[in-house]
Design a protein around this ligand. Sequence first.
Ligand SMILES: Cc1cc2nc3c(=O)[nH]c(=O)nc-3n(C[C@H](O)[C@H](O)[C@H](O)COP(=O)(O)OP(=O)(O)OC[C@H]3O[C@@H](n4cnc5c(N)ncnc54)[C@H](O)[C@@H]3O)c2cc1C
Length: 409
Amino acid sequence: MAEFTMELNDEQKEVRDWLHGFAADVIRPAAAEWDEREETPWPVIQEAAKVGIYSLDFYAQQYFDPTGLGIPMAMEELFWGDAGIALSIVGTGLAAVGVLANGTEEQIGTWIPQMYGDQNDVKVAAFCSSEPDAGSDVASMRTRAVYDEATDEWVLNGTKTWATNGGIANVHVVVAVVDPELGSKGHASFIVPPGTAGLSQGQKFKKHGIRASHTAEVVLDGVRVPGSCLLGGKEKLDERLARARERAKAGGGERVKNAAMATFEASRPAVGAMAVGTARAAYEVALDYATTRQQFGRPIIDNQGVAFQLADMRTQIDAARLLVWRASWMAVNGRPFTAAEGSMSKLFASETAKKVTGQAIQILGGNGYTREYPVERMHRDSAIYTIFEGTSEIQRLVIARTLAGMPIR
Ligand SMILES: Cc1cc2nc3c(=O)[nH]c(=O)nc-3n(C[C@H](O)[C@H](O)[C@H](O)COP(=O)(O)OP(=O)(O)OC[C@H]3O[C@@H](n4cnc5c(N)ncnc54)[C@H](O)[C@@H]3O)c2cc1C
């Protein structure tokens, strides 16, 4: 087990500087354009693929870094560049993690490369869990997957919503109900291969922020996928369902420390790191502005009202990063999240990003309110962090229930 450290090693610093260079030279200059276009920035993704930033190898390398700092460092730098474009670059990872976590070796080897495509023909993937009536309340999911024994196929029907890359993805990972009696324990994940009939994009959302990231409904109308597309395979699913039925019969259906919760605790710090990146970007713009903008014959930072805001902004960003790094280190080293430290890091970092980007607008005055300066975009972008991967209210609920030893549904 690696000791917790607050210092990046030389190799990590090299990777950080490389990512920062890409964020500063490629992502940041393209941010305003793709925000206005509200389209997936394919040329930027392709550029990222060419230098090795858009690939499973790169993220796997960071993920298995025993210090736990690889992923948060990478997320912070890319999202420092721009949140919408960065999400377009890392969004495929959400689907890839779904396959890595639940898939067999063969499924991992078959589908993950198709999610990324190659340097000359980049592809993206989508992870589809949320539904119009099942957001925070995942257990009320309705999309059904029914097994057709005669053809060894699964038939999927339902509507997914809010899917990042939904409808434009080469590979979709779809979570569906296989046993409605078991709530979230009766769910399973399926690969929907490229070009499968019956899968279509519903409405594409026009959003407040992260507008360079495509978000859409995904409609599944009699989608037939081979039995081999059930992640983990049928035998494993049947065993898992049998165990869940036994537990439900014995009255132990709602267990606090279930596997899904542990997965969320491990993935939420990465979202916290994205928020740290956006917050840091806005803080840097505000600091620079406050030291150069003159009013009443002196830089505005000479006023305590402005200076103290910057002091608070920096303090909160550093505190958020420490919570994120701690939780990431815990995840990689298999430490139990006895106080929901993963949720804690996401809660604090995402609330910090919203607050800090708002303060940055205030420090820039009228300029902060315009699209001539990036902080209004960063403020719009930051609002997503308190919503996706579990809202702030859900994080508080998870933390409180974990502290109290209560079940998390
Ligand atoms: C841009 C974007 C990208 C997304 N990408 C994906 C994706 O790729 N894949 C995917 O599957 N999903 C994705 N999501 C969905 C996202 O995870 C959900 O929006 C989120 O989980 C909240 O669900 P909801 O929007 O239905 O809100 P609701 O669950 O309806 O919540 C509405 C409000 O009620 C509050 N609330 C709900 N329940 C409680 C409670 N018990 N206690 C206190 N307050 C509560 C919430 O905190 C929130 O403030 C994305 C969403 C967005 C906006």
